[in-house]
Design a protein around this ligand. Sequence first.
Ligand code: PLP
Length: 394
Amino acid sequence: MKLNRNYLNLEESYLFSTVARKVSAFSAAHPEAKILRMGIGDVTLPLAPAVISAMQAAVAEMGKKETFRGYGPEQGYDFLRESIRGYYGRRGVDLDADEIFVSDGAKSDLGNILDIFDRDNTVLIPDPVYPVYVDTNIMAGRQIVFAEANADNGFLPLPDAGVQADIIYICSPNNPTGAAYSVEQLRAWVDYARARGAVILYDAAYECFVEGQGLARSIYETEGAKECAIEFCSFSKTAGFTGTRCGYTVVPKALRREGVSLNKLWLRRQTTKFNGVPYIVQRGAAAVFTEEGEKQIRENLSVYRRNAKRLCDCMDALGIFYTGGKNSPYVWFRCPGFSDSWQFFDYLLEKANVVGTPGCGFGKNGQGFFRLTAFGSEETTQEATERIKNLWKA
Ligand code: PLP
């Protein structure tokens, strides 16, 4: 018996546990303090009524012999794949339903996709970014190189012709920086990947926040992307499914390497190791794309967008450098007067009783930066921005 010793190379993730420990120590010492939590990346608004009704109807179906369902198709029911196809179609991206694979969320697929790639590939990962990409590749013992994201490139690194990579991660809009690529910028990545026969793993979990002219919501808006990119998306941030669990991955049939279709490999992987998302959840997810569902979800997203705008206005008023907030629920800013993110965390907690997320937890280039989320309530966001403004005015 031999362990996968690559797991021993993982760095312990202390980010959120340290945040929690510091907050509880502070609140024990200052029981009167009203602490505002602006750190977590989870949604707070409930599921839309259209989603709830669809799930309730599906529960009733499951309770009747005539409409009961057992195992479903591993890659998702046709009704949901067709709805997702329509969603892409309305944005000018033509997909076939069998290029869409429904799953229990983007995180699982981002990890599982690595099953279809050999260990002997070099992966290129932006720094800073969602830590799952780094950790899943460490688990597989794969070599990692980093694309440096920093204030100079607006946290949107472009390909470096001198860097050799086989698998390229792109997260846009990015967690944690909120920076979003334009279609034009993605073209540079698509050209780079195609020239090298590399594959792009494109994480579009926050695409629903993109509004800006010329910015991409899907990598397939870029010509040639179907020949080099797999796209991951989720109902988590779009429709509040973080606890309900549903996402989807697009593997175009045009994506082939070594004469093999990656769509076929992923289908084989999923039908072997995955048994599908609950019917009830898929009915709820399909309701997201109905007229009523879309309207209700737009209202929820507009609450988060208003919060993000408040945070941006606060940074503008204080003259602090930041990215995100405009096409993203995250505002990522340079810690004013601090070069260490944790020292800034302590300062903000102590002086304003506001909790955020230290940027250094997302990669070395996050040092000296800080993430605030727009997923809180309007009241909390309003009060937090007031406190931050007052702190800097003082
Ligand atoms: N991708 C990014 C960039 C995320 O920030 C998150 C969650 O925070 C996920 C994926 C996970 O999405 P899901 O809830 O669908 O697993």
